[in-house]
Design a binder for this molecule. Structure first.
Ligand code: UFG
Length: 339
């Protein structure tokens, strides 16, 4: 079976491509390299022992997408291609709506025209906003996200629900909590562009001496140590969940399926706990200072991932420290490449 993976050279995409290849799927990647690098393609081949087909273009180019569907018999899609910087989305909302939603709709048009089912969408726990109760289940009420990025995720989910219902398709909406870590081979990981916004990449660059100190955004939250709490999920565990979700769709006897899964560990960790775990896992020091809260941040978010365990037979079982160890190995690899 051949799976189209958009954004397949990106952070979560590249790890998922490896897991798909390991599970016997053929993979066709479309990635415009706007937030990824070509060498990741070679690294995927080194890790998986197989090379996916690769097309470098922007999914808004309908005619090129059409040619890919003509050239390959596509049986399903995992759609990672999207802009993802929360702050940037506030400055460039139209770019976010256009890129994230037009590209999604273009693929769905091909699916409709060619009668293809099995679509997996990268959603985010951002659709819950600050939930009133922890842990967050899939039935926790959604709130309108503050950022345009978050809104593209919520709108994407709505588009897919309508798509599945109107055209009898199988879709799976995967709500990621906070993905971290790198491939154990240290050949795949998150590529930093500019100053990292996310916690673990910033901690990594601080430990490596590229940044003077980490700013911890607030220690006056109503949490045990005052810093904000998130559910950090190891990227390889997350990648495996995609394969499990895809297999479930393929095996389903129902024509119309709308699956929704929280993908997290079920455990919350505070910013300070992450810093301490990083130092311990890698025997490094991470200097930090406490600053004011970051605008738009929520206090606490962690998943109840029971549904994924029950229905997919999947569970995130890598510990925070193990995941953080792979991040450091990946940093050393990037340094060796003078990235
Ligand atoms: N943090 C710091 N200092 C930093 C970076 C982050 O203290 O330099 C803190 C944040 O304030 C937050 C925690 O670390 O409390 C995690 O921050 P991240 O930016 O790593 O992750 P977020 O939870 O803010 O954002 C993530 C995804 C988004 C998604 C959002 C949904 O990166 O794509 O969850 O809530 F929209």
């Amino acid at each position: 079976m051949t799976i189209l993976v958009t954004g397949g050279l990106g952070y979560i995409g590249s790890h998922t491509v490896v897991e798909l290849l390991n599970s016997g799927f053929d993979v066709v990647i479309v990635d415009d390299l706007s937030n990824s690098e070509k060498f990741i393609l070679n690294n995927i081949e080194e890790v998986a022992g197989k090379k996916p087909v690769f097309y470098p273009f922007d999914l808004r180019r309908k005619e090129l997408l059409n040619q890919v569907f003509d050239a390959h018999k596509i049986d399903g899609c995992i759609n990672f291609a999207a802009y993802k910087a929360v702050g940037e989305s506030q400055e460039k909302p139209l770019d976010y709506y256009e890129n994230n939603l037009f590209s999604l709709i273009n693929i769905l048009q091909e699916f409709k025209r060619r009668n293809i089912s099995n679509f997996i969408f990268s959603s985010s726990c951002t659709v819950y906003g600050q939930a009133d109760e922890m842990p967050i289940t899939e039935d926790t009420p959604l709130k309108t996200p503050e950022s345009s990025y978050g809104k593209t995720k919520q709108m994407g989910e709505e588009i897919l629900k309508d798509f599945a219902t109107a055209y009898q398709k199988r879709v799976s909406l995967l709500r990621y909590f906070n993905p971290i870590g790198a491939h154990p081979s240290a050949k795949l990981g998150e590529l930093p562009i500019g100053i990292p916004n996310n916690l673990v990449p910033f901690v990594t660059q601080t430990a490596a001496g590229l940044r003077k100190e980490l700013s911890i955004w607030g220690n006056d939250y109503p949490t045990p140590d005052g810093t904000a709490v998130r559910d950090y999920i190891y990227v390889v565990d997350l990648a495996k969940a995609h394969v499990a979700a895809l297999k479930k769709l393929i095996a389903s006897e129902d024509e119309t399926v709308i699956d929704v899964f929280n993908l997290g560990t079920g455990t919350g960790s505070s910013v300070l706990e992450v810093v301490q775990a990083y130092e311990k896992a890698n025997n490094v020091s991470v200097p930090y200072k406490i600053c004011d809260r970051r605008q738009g941040d929520i206090t606490i978010a962690y998943a109840n991932a029971d549904r994924a365990e029950q229905q997919l037979g999947w569970k995130a079982d890598t510990t925070l420290e193990e995941a953080l160890r792979t991040t450091w190995k990946w940093q050393k690899y990037l340094e060796s490449r003078k990235y």
